[in-house]
Design a protein around this ligand. Structure first.
Ligand code: FAD
Length: 470
């Protein structure tokens, strides 16, 4: 039995801790804040309940696997997981709206034909078929295995873009370019928006970013009743069942190094906590953690944050309201979430709703926040008349919750772009020190950070030869 110290109590950290505890290790999680969950926060006021972090889970299989591998009760016994269906509504700048169903390709095609003319659905599905090829080609090395030593091969874009005759291809097209060339018009805007919603700039993203809308359409978008924080609570309780110890209000200053390997932690008050292995599940740049040699550089610059408005509304949520609406505008993409969940409102005559926008570390200018309400009103008629109050969560709030510089929210890793959108591998240059959570391979998002748990636990339990679960 080894002693394992984990830095941070975010989702990646807890997924790692539960798996290591089940393998018989003595795991202690050191968290700088007073609670678990990191970005997965909740805000309650006057009977309204809001998620301050993630609003949807993609690839629930990651958490199903975690619960199967760490105890008797499956995920669905621990949280009330529901699929958002319809999955998303797009509102375009000219007011055109299209609502796409959960995981039905045929249903999506029919909705697109109705909105944009016959043949639109087929063109959309052709692009998603190419995205499926990119997904199939990279799923294992990008998501299910520790980052391979020859990670440079993942820098090649696996999206089989349609070749344009007569043009010399100097570089692979970006996501924005394939959105324009292979779809064009409003359909292209839909594709770009589904990538932008992850905080990724479609003009700088590889075409392989189309795997993100493919993933959503194939595996669905999921919500946990009572708010996404319930998922963090379930994982935390699973950790406690497995005898993981949590030390809250305990910031870590750095990693203790002895004899050329990680030997524990140095806490902010100067005390040392010895351990046989250390897992850093927080932004490694902040902790000065050594990264893998000759590996992918730490992500940071250019990773965007979020500004979120928490809106308490009077009046019932309409029956036909859609869980997620993306409001397209020249100034950016707004995500409006209005879960059909009695647990988030004081009674049926009120509604809790969140509105969010990707932004830089400074957040939107204060006068812009009012403009966001106008934009949100394009998804929610009479928003201003119904508004009781509004709380604004800024990048500084996210930085406080996660410790990530500028409140940056790391998106999932993507193949292509010469490897620019990959993350450092889970083993580091210092033996005994590992990286988990959204800043490590395969990147951020609830599902991806959850995957880091399986990878790091595999590397510690099975050793450096671990090549992913079968
Ligand atoms: C506003 C917002 C919206 C999002 N929307 C979605 C979404 O819809 N779907 C989705 O899948 N994902 C979404 N995400 C991303 C998702 O929440 C994260 O990727 C996921 O929660 C994984 O986080 P993590 O494991 O990297 O840990 P984090 O949540 O980053 O937590 C890190 C933890 O480490 C602690 N810590 C940091 N430094 C130290 C230190 N020195 N000592 C001790 N502890 C430390 C922090 O206090 C924190 O608890 C969103 C995030 C935000 C902020």
């Amino acid at each position: 039995m080894a002693r394992i110290a984990v830095i941070g109590a975010g989702m990646g950290a807890m997924a790692t801790a539960a798996r290591l505890a089940v393998a018989g290790h003595q795991v202690t999680v050191y968290e700088q804040g007073p609670t678990y969950g990191g970005a997965v926060g909740r805000y309650e006021r006057d009977g309204f309940v809001f998620d301050t972090g993630p609003g949807l889970l993609h690839l629930p299989a990651v958490y199903r696997d975690l619960f199967v591998k760490t105890g008797k009760r499956p995920l669905e016994d621990c949280v009330d997981l529901v699929q958002a269906d319809p999955a998303v509504r797009h509102v375009l700048p000219d007011g055109t709206a299209v609502t796409l169903p959960g995981t039905s390709r045929g249903g999506a095609a029919a909705a697109l034909d109705r909105a944009f003319g016959a043949g639109s659905g087929d063109r959309w599905n052709e692009v998603l078929n190419r995205a499926r090829d990119a997904w199939d080609a990279t799923r294992r090395p990008l998501l299910e295995e520790p980052l391979r030593p020859d990670w440079q091969v993942l820098g090649r874009d696996p999206y089989p873009a349609v070749r344009r005759s007569g043009l010399l291809r100097r570089r692979p097209p970006t996501l924005a370019e394939i959105a324009g060339r292979e779809l064009g018009g409003p359909l292209g805007e839909l594709l770009a928006a589904r990538v932008e919603a992850y905080g990724i700039d479609p003009a700088g993203a590889p075409a392989a970013a189309a795997v993100l809308p493919y993933m959503e359409q194939t595996f669905g978008s999921w919500y946990v009743r009572g708010g996404m924080r319930a998922l963090a609570t379930a994982v935390y309780e699973r950790c406690l069942e497995r005898k993981v110890s949590f030390s809250f209000d305990t910031p870590v200053r750095g990693v203790l190094e002895r004899g050329g390997r990680a030997a524990g932690l140095v806490l902010a008050d100067g005390t040392e906590a010895e351990a046989d292995h250390v897992v850093c599940a927080a932004d490694p740049r902040r902790l000065g953690v050594p990264l893998p040699p000759d590996g992918v550089p730490a992500r940071g610059t250019g990773v965007r944050s979020r500004c979120t408005l928490l809106l308490a509304l009077r009046g019932a949520r309409p029956e036909d309201a859609v869980h997620r609406t993306l409001v397209h505008s020249p100034g950016g993409l707004l995500t409006v979430l209005r879960p059909d969940d009695p647990g988030t409102r004081p009674d049926a005559a009120h509604e809790a709703l969140t509105v969010s926008l990707a932004c830089g570390p400074e957040g939107p200018a204060p006068d812009r926040v009012d403009g966001l309400l106008d934009l949100a009103a394009r998804a929610v008629p009479e928003l201003r008349e119904r508004l009781l109050w509004c709380e604004v969560r800024t990048p500084a709030d996210i930085e406080a919750a996660t410790g990530a510089a500028g409140g940056a929210v790391p998106p999932p890793a993507l193949a292509g772009a010469g490897g620019r959108l990959l993350y450092p591998g889970n083993s580091t240059a210092l033996p005994g020190l590992y990286l988990a959570g959204g800043w490590a391979h395969p990147g951020g998002g609830l599902a991806h950070a959850g995957m880091t748990g399986a990878l790091v636990a595999g590397l510690i339990v099975e050793g450096a030869g671990f090549r992913g679960s079968q």
